[in-house]
Ligand binder design. Structure first.
Ligand SMILES: *Cc1c(COP(=O)(O)O)cnc(C)c1O
Length: 483
C-alpha cells in the first residue's frame, strides 16, 4: 500500500500496517500481563474513589503516545476491572471468552464492515446468514426460518414482540410470561406503546417454571374478555433460577389458541451445542421466534446475539426502503441487505466471533464447556443442600444456584441482614463476586457458574467465606442485643 504522508497516519487503521501491529500489540501485551497476574476477580475498589481518578483526567491534554495512555489505563480501568475469567467470579450471566472469538473481534473491528447492506459488508453478510441458518438448524425451526444478529437478548426480545404485535389480530394486546421471565419483556411492551398492564405474569410451579395450568387459565380469561394475546413468552433458562419452562405443553396451548410463541433462550441457548443436554430444550423447535445470546453461554465477547424466526417473511415488518441505502430494486435483484431484517442500521459484524469459534474449536467443544459448568452447578447445589447452615431454592437446569445463609434459632433472626452483609463483604474483599436476589421479600444469594475453570475447591472456599461473613454479622447483632 502507498504510504500515507498525513501527520496522523499512525492513528488511522489504514495508515500504516506497522503502527497497527505495534499499537494493538501493546494493548494485547498489557491485558495479557494483567490476566496472568489476576489473583482475585475484583479489587473491591470503591466507586467514589475511582470516580475521582477518572474525573482528574484532563481531556484537553492528550498524552499522544499510546504507551502513556495504556499506562494511565492500567490505573483507571484494568487494575480494578471485574474479571470474568477468574474462577471465583460467580455473579451474573457473564462468561469468560474464548480466544478464537477474540481473534474474530480484532479482525472485525479493524476491517469495520457494517452489516446493513451488501455494499458495506460483502462476505460478512454471507457469514452472518450462514450462522443464522446454523443456529436455526440447531433449534429445528424448519426450512423457512431466518433471523438476524442483534446487540443482545434485550433487543432480540424487543424485536420478537414487535413482530408478534404486527402479526396479532384485533383486540387489546396482551403478552403472557412467567413471573420468572426477563424484565426486557416489560420494557418491550412499554416501547411498543402497549398499556402498563399489557404484560400478564403467569405464576410458576415449585421449580420456578411457568405453570401450564395457570397459563391455560390466563389464555381462557383473555379470550373471554376479547383481549388479543399477541405472544406467550416462554423462558428457556430463567435468569435467576436457570430453569426451563415446559416448552412442549406451552407450545400445545399456543397452537390451540393460535398465539405467537416466543422462546427467550438468552441463557439456555448453550444447550444447543451440548452433546448431552440438548433434550432439555425439546419443544423449542415449535417456537415462532427464539432469542439466543451467544455472549451468555457460547463464551463469546459482548455483543453476540441473535433473533431467529420460524417464518422468515415475518421479518418484513422491520423492512423500510431508503433511496440512499437499500432501495427496493436491490431487494428485487436479491442483493442481500441485512438491514431489511434488523432494527439497527449500522451494525457490527459480531457473527465473525462465533464463526472463528466454530471453525477453530467446533460446536462440540463449546457444548462440552457449557456442560461442565452445568455439572459444577449441580455439585454446588448438593454441597449447599447438605450443609445445615444454608437453604437452597430449586435445582437449576443450567448453571445457577439460589440459596441463603440461615442463622440458627427460631425464625432465623437477622437472616436478611446476614445475607446482604455476606455479599457486600465478599465484594469488598475482592475474594469472590456473587449476586443476590429476593424471593417473597427475603434476601437470597445467587451464583451463576459460567467458567469451566471454576473448581469444586473454589466453590467450597467461597461457601466458607460466605458463612464466615454472615455469621460475623449475626454475632455482632446478637452481641448488641444482649449488651
Ligand atoms: C440476559 C437475559 C436477557 C437480556 O439479554 P442481554 O443480552 O443482557 O440484553 C434476556 N432474557 C434472559 C432470560 C436473560 O437471561
Amino acid at each position: 500500500m502507498r504510504p500515507l504522508r498525513h501527520p496522523y497516519a499512525h492513528l488511522l487503521a489504514n495508515g500504516t500496517a506497522d503502527a497497527y501491529r505495534s499499537t494493538l500489540g501493546a494493548g494485547v501485551d498489557l491485558v495479557a500481563a494483567r490476566v496472568a497476574g489476576t489473583d482475585r476477580p475484583f479489587t473491591g475498589m470503591d466507586p467514589q474513589r475511582l470516580a475521582v481518578q477518572v474525573q482528574d483526567v484532563d481531556l484537553r491534554a492528550p498524552l499522544g503516545a499510546a504507551a502513556a495512555v495504556l499506562d494511565e489505563l492500567r490505573d483507571l480501568y484494568l487494575r480494578d476491572a471485574v474479571w470474568f475469567h477468574h474462577p471465583r467470579y460467580l455473579a451474573h450471566l457473564n462468561c469468560p471468552v474464548v480466544i478464537p472469538a477474540l481473534l474474530g473481534e480484532v479482525v472485525l473491528s479493524a476491517v469495520n464492515s457494517s452489516m446493513d447492506t451488501w455494499d458495506q459488508s460483502a462476505g460478512a453478510t454471507l457469514i452472518e446468514r450462514r450462522l443464522i441458518d446454523w443456529t436455526a438448524g440447531r433449534v429445528g425451526l424448519g426450512q423457512h426460518a431466518d433471523g438476524v444478529f442483534t446487540s443482545g437478548g434485550t433487543q432480540s426480545n424487543v424485536q420478537a414482540l414487535f413482530l408478534a404485535r404486527e402479526q396479532a389480530g384485533p383486540g387489546r394486546k396482551r403478552i403472557l410470561t412467567s413471573e420468572a421471565g426477563h424484565f426486557s419483556v416489560q420494557k418491550a411492551a412499554k416501547l411498543l406503546g402497549l398499556g402498563a398492564d399489557a404484560v400478564i405474569t403467569v405464576p410458576t410451579d415449585a421449580r420456578r417454571r411457568m405453570s401450564v395450568d395457570a397459563l391455560k387459565a390466563a389464555l381462557h380469561s383473555c379470550a373471554d374478555r376479547g383481549d388479543a394475546v399477541m405472544a406467550v413468552v416462554a423462558t428457556a433458562g430463567t435468569t435467576d433460577f436457570g430453569t426451563i419452562d415446559p416448552l412442549p405443553a406451552i407450545a400445545d396451548l399456543c397452537e390451540a389458541f393460535g398465539t405467537w410463541l416466543h422462546v427467550d433462550a438468552a441463557y439456555g441457548c448453550g444447550l444447543l451445542a451440548s452433546p448431552t443436554r440438548r433434550h432439555l430444550l425439546e419443544g423449542i423447535e415449535r417456537a415462532d421466534s427464539v432469542t439466543v445470546d451467544y455472549h451468555k453461554s457460547f463464551f463469546q465477547p459482548v455483543s453476540s446475539s441473535a433473533l431467529l424466526v420460524r417464518d422468515g417473511a415475518t421479518l418484513r415488518h422491520a423492512t423500510f426502503h431508503a433511496d440512499y441505502l437499500n432501495p427496493k430494486r436491490m431487494a428485487e435483484a436479491s442483493i442481500p441487505n441485512q438491514v431489511d431484517k434488523s432494527l439497527q442500521t449500522t451494525r457490527r459484524f459480531d457473527a465473525l466471533k462465533l464463526w472463528m469459534t466454530l471453525r477453530i474449536m467446533g460446536a462440540d467443544a463449546i457444548g462440552e464447556l457449557f456442560d461442565e459448568v452445568v455439572d459444577r452447578a449441580t455439585e454446588t447445589y448438593d454441597l449447599l443442600a447438605e450443609d445445615p447452615r444454608f437453604e437452597v431454592v430449586t435445582r437449576s437446569d443450567l448453571s445457577t444456584v439460589v440459596f441463603r445463609y440461615l442463622p440458627t434459632g427460631a425464625g432465623h433472626p437477622h437472616a436478611d441482614a446476614a445475607n446482604l452483609h455476606a455479599r457486600e463483604a465478599l465484594a469488598a474483599s475482592g475474594e469472590a463476586v456473587i449476586a443476590s436476589t429476593t424471593i417473597d421479600g427475603r434476601h437470597f444469594l445467587k451464583v451463576t457458574l459460567l467458567n469451566p475453570l471454576t473448581a469444586r475447591s473454589d466453590i467450597e472456599h467461597v461457601v466458607e467465606l460466605i458463612a464466615t461473613h454472615a455469621a460475623e454479622l449475626v454475632n455482632r447483632r446478637t452481641a448488641a442485643v444482649s449488651a
